[in-house]
Design a protein around this ligand. Structure first.
Ligand SMILES: [Cu+2]
Length: 429
């Protein structure tokens, strides 16, 4: 797949019918029927992934892309998956969350010999349980997953009336540590990643999720990074209806506005898209909605850099003191960057700079969208009188915290007394 654009869903022309998923900035792997067996072909190989305009990563993936294409089948299908290895080292594929014979589980050494470079192995099993699963290597796993080898595996219910939705989105969260100016992830990194991605794309180049007002919408999110991601969507409350363990019974669900996606897990949530708008959808860890962030930058908030700026300009005339009022000025100013990286905070909306990056996108709900149309509808046209606005009239004094028993200073006085008492106790010993 040459393009990183979201490919429209592919309705099955053979085998049992299902309502296909839409992979954000991705696509579904075509299959062919061979008798009663649904056959797929995955090719593990080095790929180039454009994470955003101006930033390409040299990754390993499947069929020309990282993450690999989404595999879709139907509960009851017999599937046969050919896996060709074009990597410089051996690999396997583990089918995360799926019920299958042990010898098809894909753990190198434990359940099968690894697939040598240049060879093709076959995995074959019955899709016995519907739900959302993942696939990834289980041989040199740390390196191969750090290089981007992963994908989603959807088994649709045999009964098409079971939990039907109008729009069914799926994406994988992955993270990379790629130094600005370079292309390869540092595979030994464990914590300090700088590219927090949705299907190996970073904001502002993550595709929006597009829905029509009134649609029943499902969003399936897999996490194969090294940390959890509290995925937060504005404008709605919703319920987790599926994990990689299976469907969640209605009596076991509760309302949420952020759902934590644990490491090595999948959560699918559903809602009725009754509120039109451009609703932010993002990881709530604020460092995960940034790009290419260095964590050694000192905090200058409140500092007066006027004097030091004068001195620095004697040797570096273009020097601009930044960060003394916060960091928003960094998003608004475009400064020269090293090759192959993009700004830490970026993205422009109809009202200005978003100051975002990484795991951020938008759920765009619009009246009158036709079924099957996933094209970006552009900016939301707010009904008149429904946008926050500047107040230019007179203002009464703003309320402040009342003085009294809950006042912080009174609390501190008792603290001091406690400390004195324990001090005298101590001296008595
Ligand atoms: Cu996160």
């Amino acid at each position: 797949m040459e393009s990183a654009a979201t490919q429209p869903p592919v309705h099955p022309s053979e085998g049992p019918h299902y309502n296909p998923v839409v992979t954000l900035n991705g696509w579904s792997l075509p299959f062919r029927m061979n008798g009663n067996v649904k056959e797929f072909h995955l090719v593990a190989e080095p790929v180039e992934r454009e994470m955003a305009e101006g930033m390409t990563a040299y990754l390993w993936g499947y069929n020309g892309q990282s993450p690999g294409p989404t595999i879709e089948c139907v509960e009851g299908d017999r599937v046969r998956i050919f896996v060709s290895n074009k990597l410089p080292e051996h690999t396997t594929i583990h089918w995360h969350g799926m019920i299958l014979p042990c010898g098809m589980d894909g753990v190198a050494g434990l359940t099968q010999p690894a697939i040598p470079s240049g060879k093709t192995f076959v995995y074959e099993f019955d899709a016995v349980k519907s739900g959302t699963f993942m696939y990834h290597p289980h041989g040199d796993e740390m390196v191969q997953m750090a290089m981007g080898m992963m994908g989603m595996f959807i088994i649709h219910p045999k009964d098409p009336t079971f939990m039907p939705v109008d729009r069914d989105f799926v994406f994988m969260l992955s993270a990379y540590d790629i130094d600005p100016g370079s292309y390869l992830p540092r595979v030994m990194e464990m914590t300090d990643f700088n590219m927090w991605t949705i299907n190996s794309r970073i904001f502002p180049d993550v595709a929006p999720l597009v829905a029509a007002t009134g649609d029943r919408v499902r969003v399936r999110v897999g996490n194969l990074t090294m940390t959890n991601h509290p995925i937060h969507m504005h404008g709605y409350d919703f319920e987790v209806t599926c994990t990689d363990g299976g469907w969640v019974r209605p009596e076991a669900r509760w309302p949420e506005v952020s759902i934590d996606i644990p490491v090595g897990a999948m959560r699918a949530y559903e809602f009725d898209a009754v509120y039109p708008g451009d609703w932010a959808l993002h990881c709530h860890k604020s460092h995960h909605t940034m790009n290419a962030m260095g964590h050694e930058v000192p905090t200058f908030i409140g500092a007066n850099k006027a004097e030091v700026a004068k001195k620095i300009r004697q040797v570096q005339p273009e020097y601009m003191p930044m960060g003394t009022k916060g960091m928003a000025d960094m998003a608004e100013m475009s400064m020269p960057l090293p090759d192959n990286t993009i700004p830490m905070m970026t993205g422009w909306g109809q009202f200005g700079s978003l100051e975002m990056g990484g795991m951020f996108t938008v759920m765009k709900v619009r009246d009158g969208r036709e079924a099957g149309n996933y094209e970006d509808p552009g900016d939301y046209e707010h009904p008149p009188g429904t946008v926050a606005y500047e107040w230019t009239g007179a203002l009464a004094a703003a309320p402040t915290a009342p003085a009294g028993s809950a006042d912080g200073s009174a609390f501190r006085k008792s603290d001091v007394r406690q400390i004195k008492m324990s001090g005298s106790d101590h001296s008595g010993h």
